[in-house]
Every structure is written in C-alpha cells, then in structure tokens.
Design a protein around this ligand. Structure first.
Ligand code: ATP
Ligand code: FE2
Length: 329
C-alpha cells in the first residue's frame, strides 16, 4: 500500500491531492482569480502562501489519512511561473523535513498525461491545452515526445488575452464558451496550422481589430474564435494520431473543459475509429491529484529523493516534456 501526497502550485492554482494505490482520496484546490486583467505571478504566489495550510488540513480530513500514513510527497517541479513554483517547493521541503518523508519531483505536463490512465487510456496521444501550454504529446522510445505545439502563445492564454481585451476578467474560457453558444454568424479568421504546430498571435491581433471595429457581436466573435482555433487543434491532433499510429486521444488542461472542443474531438475520433478519453473537470484543470498520481507511479519505480538531497532540489520553470527520461515505463 502506497499513499502519496501531491502538491501543485505552477500557476494560478494551489492544490493538495492524496492518492492511494492509484485511487484519488482527496483533490482539493483553490484558484487565484481576478475580476479584470490577467494573472500577476507574485500575487498568485501570495495567494498560494495564504491558502496552503488550510488546504493541507482539508486534504487530510477528506482523505481520512494521518500524516504518518504518507509514504512520500510529490510536487510540481515545472514548468510554471517562478514565484508560484517557489511557494510549492518551499511547502514541500518543509513538510518533507517535518514528516521525514522522501520527495518525488514531478513534471506538470507529464502528470496531465499520466492521469489519463484513470479514464482507461493506455497509450494515448495527449492534446494538452492549458493556459501556458498547447502541445500534442505521445510516448515513443523512452520519452514523452512533443509532436506538435503552439509556435507562440498557449491556447488558454490566447483565450484569456482576448477576454481581457473584451473586459471579461480571468479566466475567460468559460465565459467565451457561454457567449459562443449564442453566436449565429461565422466570421472568417486566419487559420494557422503548420504540420503539427499552430500559431495563435496573428489570430489574436485579427480578433482585437475586429473587436475594436465594433462591427461584430461578441457572441459571433466568440463562436468564430472557438470554431477556428479548435478546428486547428483537432486537425493537428488527428495528424499526430495518423503519424504515430496510436488509437487513443486524451484531452488534458483547462481548455479541455470546453464542451465544443470535446465534441469536435469526439467527432474526429469516431470518424477515424480512435477512442476518445477526457478526465472529469477536477482532473483536467491544474490539480494536485494528478501530481500525486504520477508521484505514485514514479515511487513504485523507485524514483525518489531522500534526506539531505531534498534540500538541493530546485524548481524547473522551463522544463520541457521531452527533457524527462521516462524510467517508469
Ligand atoms: P498550465 O500551467 O498547465 O499551462 P494553466 O495554469 O493555464 O495550465 P489550467 O487550469 O490547465 O491552468 O487551464 C486554465 C485555462 O483554461 C485558462 O486559460 C482558462 O481560460 C481555460 N479554460 C477553463 N475553462 C474553459 C472553457 N470552458 N473553455 C475554454 N477555456 C477554458
Ligand atoms: Fe496544467
């Protein structure tokens, strides 16, 4: 029996998760939000410092475990925002020292992928669409390879920036989804796909100009934004499925909460006989259960940092998915 406590702090969300032998016992989180304007890293880090102790207590209560039941602590080492990651590693080190437990450093993006196993995916292509990250990832000979990605900004940041221009506050994704439902007219936007990569900043500029021209309704703009950009994502994901020969598509990241994106992915998978997997919302957005889950897999493979070595651990703000040697497969 292995109980792992996971800690997530890469950006706007601070979370604590508890996973016992691959089963999620607790997944508590608190998110830094704003009424208007985007995420300010230092403010988000202050938020994390404010909520961490109460979330920790809440996770213990929810999972009905005692501190002494914990076998190891895993944490998001990167990628992410420096001040936010620093809060997470500080909390991890203090806890590990106090409880005298080993630590497992986890890559946040790989955690989004591995948690897909909970939905039954075995060897999927992951369409990972969050704020900062937009990548198409799949496992091939010892590493998670990035087959395609955004050449400029992440799709969530793209959505949130458009939302900010339109005065929506952060995060804008859910609001845009609602507005898009009432869109009636498709407005032509640039479509930027290069092989398995996409580019979004040109579309953002175009949308901003359309917004400023006041010629279009907000509903039609949101609808057209979703139809265009999601079609680009689905096209590249399909190309990755064809290229790798894999038969499963998994969604990950906050933007994957979008029901229209899910629908478009499902249609594409049906058409090519692939299986579609999408974790439920609490495991899709940034969360600590996925960090504990991957921590558990790595722990089982003997990967951990103990004793004095823990102090030497550092954050990896720019760590890439394909930097990670997957020793647990
Ligand atoms: P990462 O650190 O992995 O880059 P992140 O910190 O941005 O991720 P997530 O929680 O994975 O965090 O994703 C947040 C993003 O998801 C925000 O940009 C938000 O606007 C977007 N989002 C949330 N719900 C929806 C939705 N229904 N439709 C579109 N986008 C959404
Ligand atoms: Fe994420």
């Amino acid at each position: 029996m292995t109980i792992i406590l996971g800690i997530e702090s890469t950006a706007h969300t601070f979370g604590i998760g508890v996973v016992k032998n691959g089963k999620v016992l607790a997944n508590v989180r608190d998110m830094y939000t704003t009424e208007t304007g985007g995420i300010i890293p230092n403010e988000s880090a202050k938020h994390h410092a404010r909520v961490k102790d109460s979330l920790y207590e809440k996770a213990l209560v929810e999972s009905r475990i005692k501190e002494s039941d914990i076998d190891a602590i895993s944490f998001s080492q990167g990628p992410g925002l420096n001040p936010c990651l620093l809060e997470g590693i500080k909390f991890t080190k203090e806890l590990a020292k106090r409880l005298n437990k080993p630590v497992i450093p986890v890559n946040h993006c790989v955690a989004h992928l591995e948690i897909g196993q909970i939905t039954g995916a075995k060897d999927p292509v992951l369409l990972y669409v969050s704020g900062a990250n937009t990548q198409i990832i799949a496992y091939a000979s010892g590493k998670y390879r990035i087959f395609g990605e955004t050449l400029d900004i992440g799709v969530g940041n793209f959505i949130d920036t458009f939302g900010r221009y339109a005065g929506m506050g952060f995060p804008a994704g859910p609001k845009i989804q609602e507005l898009a439902k009432n869109g009636k007219k498709y407005i032509e936007l640039p479509y930027k796909v290069k092989g398995m990569d996409i580019a979004l900043s040109g579309i953002l500029t175009n949308l901003k100009q359309k917004l400023e021209s006041k010629k279009y309704s907000m509903e039609d703009l949101c609808y057209s934004l979703q139809e265009t950009v999601f079609a680009m994502l689905v096209e590249t994901a399909e190309r990755a499925l064809a290229h790798t020969g894999k038969k499963e598509l998994l969604l990950g990241g906050g933007v994957a909460c979008n029901s229209r994106l899910q629908e478009m992915c499902k249609i594409m998978c049906n058409e090519r006989g692939a299986k579609f997997f999408c974790p439920e919302r609490p495991l899709l957005v940034d969360n600590a259960a996925m960090i504990a889950y991957l921590g558990g897999i790595m722990f089982k493979a003997g990967i951990k940092v103990s004793g004095k070595e823990i102090e030497k651990l550092d954050i990896m703000p720019r760590e890439r998915t394909d930097d990670i040697l997957v020793k647990w497969k």
